[in-house]
Design a protein around this ligand. Structure first.
Ligand code: DAK
Length: 258
């Protein structure tokens, strides 16, 4: 891979977009690499989760690569939009949790990439925005859909229609990020969350993610039936037996992920 780094330690993958000269902007090559990498990660049975970040201390991802997009015609624009959606879906549909460690600018496609992750933690220098209208386009990697679902239509539309950037504190206030931490503590904080997740039953973790991701697309009654089914599935696992037995025996559970 030319544009992404991936290191796996204690079954936690740290994926870094590594194009610091263009503030980690997403060009077609990077998006293609991202899709292939997440397909590989999805097949790793032991994987606990992924932490996603950007190279350097200035940017998470400053958006889709404007120098690439500038010359697109309608067909190339649509292809690029499709590729971006495939990449965001590859992140969102990974069976295990993905945390965005937002270490600076998360603009346009960069904000949309953070939105495709399950949890967003940012450093105190982070800045968020959907500045596409400044360029004469609309958000094209899912921002018009994932942002309002996360922060509500009013906050989302204000960001999209003004193109304004907001700082970390404001992003936290509107619920775009879970937490703001000092920049030099960002990765350790995200690893801390993953280590906590690693202690839980892996099947339950995956089913939690599935229940939320599939349920949010349904009406409440169907989503609740879906939850009931997935809750039932837990009882086919040894982890459920072990988790409840360990509680009653007042000891730490030893989950096997089966
Ligand atoms: N693309 C390409 N290069 C970028 C870039 C980007 N998004 N952002 C920054 N760079 C490059 C700069 O051009 C500069 O390159 P050199 O001049 O050094 O060669 C280098 O990164 C450093 O940037 P600056 O010199 O500008 O650094 P500053 O600290 O002064 O400013 C900034 C940082 C993040 C505020 C500024 O760079 C900036 O405003 N960047 C653009 C942010 C932006 O507008 N992002 C949204 C991109 S649009 C769609 C598909 C996709 C999309 C939409 C539609 N369809 C198919 C429908 C997605 C759109 C977007 O994401």
């Amino acid at each position: 891979m030319k544009n992404l780094l991936c290191e796996i330690e204690r079954n936690i993958a740290l994926v870094t977009v590594n194009r610091p000269k263009s503030l980690n902007a997403l060009n077609p090559e990077t998006l293609t690499e991202l899709i292939a990498l997440f397909q590989q990660l999805a097949e790793k049975e032991e994987l606990v989760g992924v932490i996603f970040t950007g190279s350097g201390d200035k940017a998470f991802v400053a958006g889709a690569d404007i120098s690439d997009m500038q010359g697109y015609d309608v067909f190339a624009g649509r292809e690029f939009g499709r590729l971006g959606h495939r990449a965001m879906d590859a992140v969102a549909s990974l069976p295990v949790p993905v945390i965005a460690a937002v270490n600076g600018f998360a603009l346009g496609g960069g904000c949309e990439l953070a939105l495709a992750c399950d949890i967003r933690i940012c450093s105190d220098n982070a800045k968020f925005g959907q500045p596409e209208v400044n360029l004469g386009v609309i958000p094209g990697f899912g921002g018009t859909q994932r942002l309002p679902r996360l922060v509500g239509t009013g906050q989302a539309l204000e960001l999209m229609l003004t193109g304004d950037m907001i700082d970390a504190q404001e992003a936290s206030r509107i619920g775009l990020v879970n937490r703001v931490v000092a920049q030099d503590e960002l990765l350790a904080h995200c690893f801390g969350i993953m280590e906590k997740i690693a202690q839980k039953g892996p099947i339950a973790i995956k089913l939690c993610k599935e229940a939320v991701a599939s349920g949010i697309e349904m009406d409440l009654a169907r989503a609740c039936r879906n939850e009931v089914d997935l809750f039932g599935v837990c009882f086919a696992s040894e982890d459920q037996n072990e988790g409840m037995k360990a509680f009653l025996e007042k000891r730490q559970a030893k989950f096997k992920g089966c």
